[in-house]
Design a protein around this ligand. Sequence first.
Ligand code: BJW
Length: 248
Amino acid sequence: MSDNPTPLLSAAAALRAARHVCVLTGAGISAESGVPTFRDAQTGLWAKYRPEDLATPEAFARDPQRIWEWYEWRRELVRRVEPNAGHLALVELASTVPRLTLVTQNVDGLHQRAGSTGVIEYHGNILRDRCSAEGTIAARSSLSITGLPECARCGELLRPDVVWFGEAIPRQALLEADAAAAACDVFLSIGTASVVYPAAGLAESALRSGAKVIEVNTEPTALTPLVDVALRGPSGDVLPQLLQALRS
Ligand code: BJW
């Protein structure tokens, strides 16, 4: 028998020894629920649309109707889907390790629906509206002049409460995620291409602090050359297997 443990057993051993696990999830963890990722060449959202046409404040200022149509379509989709085995495995992982911080780049709320608590929403939440003038979470006015969602308080246009390119990460989320990445002893990067910053910098920060970094992804990513363990496969399969290995 070989002395080299399999990647799954190595990852399980790292988690067993961990006091604080920081998890960063990306679009890949929701793919098995039926939510499209961004950068998949065939099915990704950016395969059909250019990011700068839809996910920037400039695009919204230029054509709010088009942006709202895209986001309403995605909202409907997110409301119809269910959390998958990957989301559920992270709920269990949180009750298995001494401390777990879950940071998600996803805006779909599926971690919370699966039962995860204290989720740090790094890029916001697609199901909330925010006033484009006041910046606060806002209710819709029932008297819209433009036919687009307007703020019940000030009448300005509402926008989805997500973070577009060139916009700052919500301050609390940024601080909490930075602190967890720098303090954890295991960092788990799941279903993200690791190309969008500052989120992609969290794993780098964890590595600098001496944490073990484990990646779960169907494909190699920009982070793969730096990780301690790479687990290849859909997170809905790999995460339950990892949990089982951790418990045995
Ligand atoms: C599976 C799977 C399965 C598939 N199982 N795996 C250099 C350094 C630092 C920053 C920059 C830089 N150059 C440019 C920037 C700025 C920019 C940036 O990073 N650009 C890069 C693209 C180059 N960043 C920003 O603009 C950020 N803000 C900022 O920097 O602010 C500065 C500032 C400071 C102070 C004041 C003002 C400004 C903001 C970034 C916002 C990103 N927003 C989006 C849209 C959110 C709203 C919406 O949903 O519409 O967030 S873009 C999109 O990308 C979305 C995602 O959260 C994010 C990351 O995508 P993710 O999750 O990695 O998805 P994919 O599709 O790329 O990958 C999926 C992965 O899953 C793949 O690897 C698959 O293989 C895998 N997979 N099935 C497991 N079943």
